[in-house]
Design a protein around this ligand. Structure first.
Ligand SMILES: [Fe+2]
Length: 488
């Protein structure tokens, strides 16, 4: 999904976007943000502004977000494959529209297909584990013009039907709302994973954008914080008007013994010490599978790092800069696990991460809630709480959002990079796959994916809800994911 615009589409939704597009309002679970001066989305011609504004407006916002990403790609790079394990960019230009179309247009509204071959071709991405890289060539894919034409027809037909549906309230059912939520969050997830892809695209293959500056703050001093024993509530309770993906259900509680956790994410400075001390050559720090991956891939440092004449630099989204030592390091699960062994610590479990993020110190008085909705409290996410919701392309130094600290004083839990846990991604008790998307989670309950919590600078605000779970395989080094350690 990285095309230049959906070239010349005459959609019912027309966007006028000034760069950079920061938040207009992104909502999920009812979270609503004030419009930024930096975005100007002309919704005068849309149905969204008049009817059922919440969901349809959110779909319009999400489309604007992904359309913006496609415009980063230079035309000559459209058939590039920036990450060997993923599809070529041309696939993603069709995938987002085909997904919405297959889910809402074909399945829910029973609309006739414009092109069954494209409906299938663009239906699903890939996540190969253990080799087996895709071998297709650019000539295997349709032309940009054909994909644009397909996209244009889908959006037009779908918007007509959505407009009619939300116009007649009888069709504005719980099911259609749920499916629309799925389409919106699926698209917003791709707004983040597309950023991973485009990050790996060579700088001369994309149009440059300036990043927003991070808040300034004194350098954070690494230390650990005691988390008292207590209860962590994981998952989501099924209730009306509350959306969650299949893997978030059901809500349940886990008793967590006392532990200590890093106050900040591990920084490039700290990880450079691990690297300089020979961590990538020390066999004893890696389990067998991770060591085999290290050797076969030739990995000798984080994928976002690059060395020039022995000096470390960071490949940001649009530049190469001297390694920012106070930024969180982004690494694979294998590299995070090796660092944890080197420092004689561990990665947190999913429940321990929850306890550190949402729990409240025992003995605290006059507290309305035993656990919080967000690390900082019950207030909805806002820019001063962390680096999330597309505020920036790249990370900010750890510790620059003190207003986002948890009840225990742990910083930067939401935003500025997902965080690895040692928990293998698996279903909660009560898991039921969505009948309309049975493989969303179940295809990854294979013991080879680990839970990530938190969020990155490119994570939409809606996915900052407490129950949201992300996951990746341990040897995939391109995600915006760092980590922090614990000890007992
Ligand atoms: Fe997808």
């Amino acid at each position: 999904m990285a095309l230049l615009q959906h070239g010349g589409l005459t959609l019912r939704l027309k966007f006028i976007i000034k760069q950079p597009l920061l938040r207009s309002y992104s909502t999920c679970t009812g979270i609503r943000f004030a419009a930024s001066n930096n975005s100007d989305i002309d919704m005068a011609t849309t149905f969204a502004a008049q009817r059922a504004p919440s969901l349809l407006q959110r779909l319009a916002d999400a489309r604007a977000r992904t359309d913006e990403l496609f415009r980063i790609v230079r035309p000559e790079a459209l058939y590039d494959r920036p990450i060997p394990e993923r599809h070529r960019l041309i696939f993603y230009t069709g995938h987002l529209e085909a997904f919405d179309w297959n889910l809402l247009g074909r399945r829910h509204f029973n609309l006739p297909s414009f092109d069954p071959t494209f409906d299938q071709l663009f239906a699903f991405g890939i996540d190969p584990v253990g080799g087996g890289l895709p071998k297709d060539v650019p000539e295997d894919w349709p032309t940009r013009a054909k994909v644009s034409d397909y996209n244009q027809k889908l959006r037009g037909a779908l918007d007509d039907r959505l407009s009619a549906s939300f116009d007649s309230r009888s069709e504005n059912s719980a099911e259609s709302q749920q499916l629309l939520e799925v389409a919106i969050e699926h698209r917003l997830m791709h707004a983040e994973t597309l950023s991973y892809l485009l990050h790996q695209l060579p700088l001369d293959r994309k149009f440059h954008h300036a990043d927003s500056p991070a808040p300034s703050a004194p350098p954070a001093q690494p230390h650990m914080i005691r988390i008292s024993a207590g209860t962590a509530t994981l998952g989501l309770r099924a209730q009306k008007n509350s959306f969650g993906w299949d893997n978030e259900f059901d809500e349940h509680q886990v008793t967590v013994p006392e532990f200590r956790i890093d106050a900040y994410k591990v920084t490039n400075r700290e990880f450079l010490n691990f690297h300089s001390s020979g961590g990538y050559q020390n066999r004893s720090l890696w389990n067998d599978a991770d060591w085999n991956w290290l050797q076969s891939s030739g990995t000798s440092h984080p994928s976002f790092w690059i060395f020039h004449e022995g000096k470390p630099f960071l490949r940001t989204m649009f530049d190469e800069i001297p390694l920012p030592l106070d930024w969180p390091v982004y690494v694979s699960h294998a590299e995070a696990s090796a660092y944890a062994r080197w420092s004689k610590k561990e990665l947190p479990s999913e429940a321990e991460w929850h306890r550190a993020a949402y729990g409240i110190p025992s003995g605290a008085h006059n507290l309305k809630h035993e656990e919080r909705a967000f690390p900082w409290g019950e207030e909805l996410p806002s820019a001063n709480r962390g680096n999330f919701d597309f505020q920036k392309w790249d990370p900010a130094p750890v510790g620059v959002h003190p207003a986002g600290a948890s009840g225990f004083g742990v910083h930067g839990l939401l935003g500025n990079g997902w965080e690895w846990t040692r928990t293998i991604f698996a279903p909660f008790s009560g898991f039921k796959p969505f009948p309309f998307y049975p493989g969303y989670s179940a295809d990854f309950f294979d013991g080879h994916h680990f839970v990530m919590k938190g969020g990155s600078s490119r994570t939409a605000a809606c996915m900052l809800r407490r129950s949201f779970r992300n996951w990746f395989q341990p040897h995939y080094p391109y995600v915006y994911t760092g980590f922090r350690c614990i000890e007992y």
